[in-house]
Design a protein around this ligand. Structure first.
Ligand code: SF4
Length: 160
């Protein structure tokens, strides 16, 4: 093992952030190992000073429900060599996209909130906005799949 670390970013959009909590929990068991392998360029759950510069792999949780989020996701994609969808909301939109399926009466009831927060009419998975290189499905994410994907990129970027 050399000195190279995988430069990663961890991002959350519209969702409950349970996969982020899982990731933090996983770190409890793997901190020593991961501190030698991973460099957190952007992870607001872990640190206050963050950057998009030089990210090799971006892990993105949650669905996209506004133009603001679309623009942010495109910026992340433009700054990352690979992008991984984390959890069902990022992979398929659901369950964060539940309001897409509301009946007309309920849609009318939530209209003031949609307008107040400048939300899009539909909530969509991240693959509808940017190219996705890998997906980690599950609600929250499958730990086993996440570790496989992480291992793949540690090898691809010459860390292990
Ligand atoms: S996939 Fe499930 S756990 Fe992850 S953000 Fe969506 S609702 Fe929460």
């Amino acid at each position: 093992m050399g000195n190279k670390k995988l430069k990663i970013g961890w991002f959350s959009f519209s969702c409950c952030e349970d996969s982020t909590m899982m990731f933090v929990e996983m770190m409890n068991d793997r901190f020593d190992e991961w501190s030698k392998l991973l460099e957190f360029r952007h992870a607001r759950v872990l640190k206050r000073v963050n950057t998009l510069e030089g990210i090799e792999v971006a892990f993105v949780e949650g669905a996209i429900g506004s133009k603001r989020d679309e623009d942010k996701l495109k910026e992340i994609r433009a700054n990352s060599k690979r992008l991984v969808a984390i959890g069902s909301c990022a992979c398929t939109g659901m369950p964060s996209a539940q309001r897409n399926t509301f009946d007309e009466k309920t849609k009318e009831e939530i209209k003031p909130l949609i307008e107040k927060f400048s939300l899009n009419e539909k909530v969509v998975p991240i693959k509808d906005v940017v190219q996705v290189d890998d997906s980690v499905p599950g609600c929250p994410m499958s730990e086993e799949t996440f570790l496989k994907v992480l291992d793949k990129y540690l090898k691809e970027f010459g860390v292990i």
